[in-house]
Design a protein around this ligand. Sequence first.
Ligand code: ADP
Ligand code: ZN
Length: 517
Amino acid sequence: MEPIVEKDLLQKLKSNFGYDSFRLEQQKIIENVLAKKDTLVIMPTGGGKSICFQLPALFFEGITLVISPLIALMKDQVDSLKANGISATYFNSSQTEEEQQHVFDVIVNKEVRLVYVAPESLQLLQNILHQNYISCIAIDEAHCISSWGHDFRPSYKQLAFLKKSLPDVPVIALTATADKATQEDILEQLAIPNATRFISSFNRENIALEVRPANDRVQQITKFINRRPNESGIIYCLSRKATEQLAAKLSQSGIDARPYHAGLSFEERAETQESFIKDDVQIICATIAFGMGIDKSNVRWIIHYNMPKNIEGYYQEIGRAGRDGLPSHALLFHSYADVIQLRQFIANTANQEVQEAKLERMKQFSEATVCRRKILLSYFGELIEENCGNCDVCKNPPQFFDGTVIAQKALSAIYRLQGKEAMGTVIDVLRGAQNAAILDKNYQLLKTYGVGKEISWRDWQHYLIQLVNQGFCQIAFHLNNTLQLTEFSEKVLFNGEKVELTTPIEISKESPKQEKV
Ligand code: ADP
Ligand code: ZN
């Protein structure tokens, strides 16, 4: 094979996809794949992940196998490749045996560039999983392999064998949402520990972030929408019933809104989706089933009627707004009733602890008194120094005081505990608690033991959450929720960096008004 140079890549980008330049890190990613190196791509939805494996596929000798969980979208994906002059096909359980046999032949004869496969159908392809035929393996929605991820699918577990049976074939794993723990897990599970990582920025500056208490939601939403005539938006609700009730209520106040959930017939869903894309319907009240794979660039706002169960989900959902880069708005209603309900959903399910920790983080995001974008980004392992200026906290900041000494105490306690303890024990150490957990481990001998006696337990919790939210320390979900230092901690501990904290607010005794929806 002739060495492939930039000119060749740009030429294919133009001739097959019609684009003049690469976006973000696309080119580097493509070069890495073409160099047959394993690759991990974390790129926000709409960032342009597909080209990262579709373009290399045009240069490889053999086939690029694309593992994708979205059977419903496979045909569309293949059709749009064909429309771009790229030969492709798919293989899944919806096909007849004959059709499947045809795909075998096509692969063996290398008659197509790309083959999309559902993970559960992969074993049927086992006989032809051979490096003579397969040149590259792309794993889309790679977070599905991890039980730390927010959308774990058992069928993805089988993918671990791919690297073992095809050790010389490069694997490119792609996802839009993977927190740090999930990223580690993906590499481990896929047996590609040395994969080059490309983590694009998660920062979507054009989306204004706002959180409000969930009081009189319908009224608030009606006002919100009336202030934005002719704008498209999606309102996410927790249940099917809620989507219908809310759509009905909005319609009563003259707002044309349609429900969308997995309980509706295929035709109804397709029709609603189509009308939304064409701007015939501007507002959809949906469960999270809505939005996957929808390519609509002018969604102007997203409302979360209910709290999402984790930050990955929240980020993914708000990411459906403003793909055209124009100013957009994400409004989240925060209610303790939702937190309680979500906790009940999680109870007794697989991975309960991970899910609880993630929900807790979502709750902390909602309660935040520091720049919300900082929290969001730090969750995905991205640290920003400046406040964003485009979230409700930045626009309407709470009162801050110099919390440097408090931060120093907290961080040095975490340092002395070597990142081995979760928040509760860190607070116990700071407050000089005398319980068995402390005394058993001789924590009373630590230098920081009791240095924070004068601060109440609850206030410490408030401060520590703020420190996490500002990136000065982090919660390692994959290591029993232990509190750990970050690269920012040093600045506070050794370089005298000033830390601003907010005074703890009295917890509101007012529970949100009970609503019918
Ligand atoms: P993702 O899979 O990351 O959500 P896609 O691969 O579907 O994103 O790409 C999102 C959109 O961006 C698509 O419409 C795609 O054609 C477009 N796109 C991708 N790369 C480029 C590029 N280099 N220049 C312009 N548009 C691009
Ligand atoms: Zn901000």
